[in-house]
Design a protein around this ligand. Sequence first.
Ligand code: SAM
Length: 448
Amino acid sequence: MKTKQPNDVRSIAVSLIERVEKEGAYSHLVLDAAIKDRLVPERDTALLTELVYGTIKRRNTLDYCLNAHVKKGVGSLQTWVASLLRMSLYQMIYLDRVPERAVLYEAVRIAKEKGHEGIGSLVNAVLRSYQRAGFPALPEQMERLEKLSVEYSHPRWLLEEWETAYGQENTAAMAAQNLVPPQTSIRVNRMKASREEVMEKLEREGCDTEKGALSEDALIVLTGNVLMTKAYNEGYFTIQDESSMLVAAALDAKAGMTVLDACAAPGGKTTHIAERMHNQGSVHAFDLHQKKLRHIEEQAERLELSIISTKKLDARNILTEIDEQHYDRILIDAPCSGMGVIRRKPELKWNKKPDDLISLPSVQYDILTEAAKTLKIGGRIVYSTCTVRPEENEQVVKAFLEAHPSFVRDDSMKRRLTQDTESGSEWTILPHNYETDGFYMAAFERKG
Ligand SMILES: C[S@@+](CC[C@H](N)C(=O)[O-])C[C@H]1O[C@@H](n2cnc3c(N)ncnc32)[C@H](O)[C@@H]1O
């Protein structure tokens, strides 16, 4: 039996990519687990992360190139062999810290170890063929979206959807932004300290930050591992994408109010809402999945928030537990296709197919409709998703408002968030607008 070399970062990267490809695993989860289990030494974690994310992100571009060098096409290969070739080519094209001959040597070694001599020869031949011939030129007559799909490594159907919804320019910018590694942003716990105070605390612990441009609660991490700080353990901040921080401000729950977070896990927005309420009132954090509730409870404890209570509940059955007109504020952060978070979960663009997305709007509509029954007259709902697809966003909200005339758009939402004169009851943030996740939110109120 062949034994794996200890700390073999490239071989482990191939196994992780294979799991994402074959089992539909999430890249961030397999990576987190590998790093936590110390499958590679700490000095190699950055390389492991780069290899896994980079290879998955650029799959279409890499496959276009490999198809010119693999006789029957990359689709004819076993998943791990395709993953190995993609990862090796990724290094040759996009990374300059490892010489090509070293990449090739490692690729052949892994191929022989994981497979046999024949696979080693195949990998050697393909990579050498690339070295000789280079990246194949895209034909002049190639259709525009097809070209974009190769250049920016996104499925064609998704680019077509985006062009229809957001136009050519936004589509190209969004696809390009999805290839850029996301920055880490943190949300300051205003109950404990100001942004400036948290900045100073982190600086003393070796982490540099700067203020975020979109949310008044945001700091962008420039250097250092903020999760390892005392300030984190003491509840001074939470890791959260900046676009998501806008939701609690859009909801604007006041101290003493009764609030529902109907799709709450893992609780990023629940804890923000409770912080803004100064831990006074109550926040019901419900979710369909029992096991996810633990995350909300852990975060509430770390942040010392006692007004959050969790429960497993399908929001579509909320009236079995809660009376009508019970809440002052309701957040529906709906389950969605996640097409706004492709930077963080690049496999989403390959794993999801148009057919998988067809049923989402009706689930979102049903959740919104049932949960809305528990809103008091004069209360406010925020509906949000981390996707950029009008079918799951504007169209769901429009259908809801047309069928429920007692709910009216809250045109002051955007003004509250941007603190200027811009009015509007809904906001789509595209990834390249502020270098955040793509996000959608809408606010409306119940009239008598
Ligand atoms: C976008 S995530 C919520 C993220 C969360 N608000 C946060 O900020 O951390 C959507 C959540 O909805 C939950 N969900 C899916 N269908 C649901 C349903 N019918 N009722 C309640 N929760 C549901 C999922 O389990 C998932 O945790």
